[in-house]
Design a protein. Structure first.
Length: 318
């Protein structure tokens, strides 16, 4: 899967789907604007889904290439009441961006969350924001992958929903330099402190590379530590699954470790340079894992995507 069910034993972190990061997207749109999308809650029901009120959902942005956050957008949500929920969005820079606590400038306060079929779009100055139930853009023949690449032609994600967080900002205001690195994190407040329970940027890493006993530690970790921690064991995975030698494995792993999605906005977004909603990341990961022996799962992108903000399609009915 992309980043769905990223806890141990193909379960959501802490067995709570609200805390389960599914995908991260970064691309530009006309008008010199950058779009960042963070999806959570795999297989979200059409009725009753809501963001966790004790969680901090965050998109981190590395501007100088040091693998630490220089800017961060934090999203916190009110407790849902009678099918209604609100969101507050913070934009932090510098030292505040390195704290897991939401802080910095409030750019949206008590914005309505769409927990039904109709998207809620909120505008504040040059910023656009939307959060709520949307169709899942992830596409893959998961049954075929499980059945040793005997393809079924069935798109697992065709009728699934997620909770989407969509933010559109002026590109130059986010960072004048065209190259940024982004990753997402979900943290849960427990006993007065925030604990990271899920994180990631590149799709389908922990599912393919990490044994079950390593997944919780991965979700708690920081990208700056990724190469030292995971390059060794992940090289062994590539040796086994794709016949890589050490040099070839290192070359491939440098594209996904550290787990930060690098995006040069002077070039068209196409994974792994950023990621659009139609990029075939499943085929890219299968080719990587297999050493090129499995090139595609033959499933195409979804056709319900929107041309305009919030870009994610309307949710599927229950």
């Amino acid at each position: 899967m992309s980043h769905h069910l990223s806890g141990p034993n193909l379960r959501s972190p802490m067995d709570d789907a609200r805390l389960d990061l599914t995908d991260l997207f970064a691309f530009t749109v006309p008008g010199g604007r950058t779009v960042l999308i963070m999806n959570v809650h795999p297989v979200a029901p059409a009725v009753g889904a809501a963001f966790h009120p004790d969680a901090v959902y965050r998109i981190n942005v590395d501007i100088d290439g040091d693998e630490h956050a220089d800017a961060a957008f934090s999203f916190v949500f009110s407790p849902p009441v009678d099918g209604r929920q609100t969101a507050t969005v913070y934009w932090a820079t510098g030292a505040q961006a390195r704290s897991e606590e939401p802080g910095g400038q409030e750019i949206f306060t008590d914005a309505p969350v769409a927990l039904g079929a109709q998207a809620q779009v909120v505008e504040a100055g040059p910023y656009l924001f939307s959060a709520g139930l949307r169709s899942d853009p992830f596409f893959a023949d998961l049954d075929g992958i499980v059945k040793d690449f005997q393809w079924t032609g069935v798109d697992w994600g065709a009728d699934k929903n997620v909770l989407g967080i969509v933010l559109e900002v002026p590109s130059d205001e986010l960072c004048p330099d065209p190259v940024i690195g982004v990753w997402a994190r979900v943290s849960l407040r427990q006993d007065g402190r925030l604990k990271s329970v899920d994180r990631g940027a590149h799709p389908s890493l922990t599912a393919y590379f990490n044994p079950e006993e390593a997944k919780e530690a991965y979700n708690e970790g920081d990208p700056a530590e990724d190469w030292a921690t995971y390059s060794g064991p992940w090289t062994e995975v590539l040796r086994h699954t794709g016949g890589y030698d050490a040099h070839a494995a290192e070359e491939v792993l440098r594209t996904v470790l550290p787990d930060i999605l690098v995006y040069d906005r002077n070039r068209p977004a196409a994974y792994p340079n950023g990621r659009t909603l139609t990029d075939d990341v499943t085929s890219a990961r299968l080719a990587m894992i297999s050493g090129g022996k499995v090139a595609s799962d033959h499933i195409g992108p979804h056709t319900d995507l929107l041309l305009d903000f919030p870009y994610l399609g309307a949710p599927h009915p229950g």
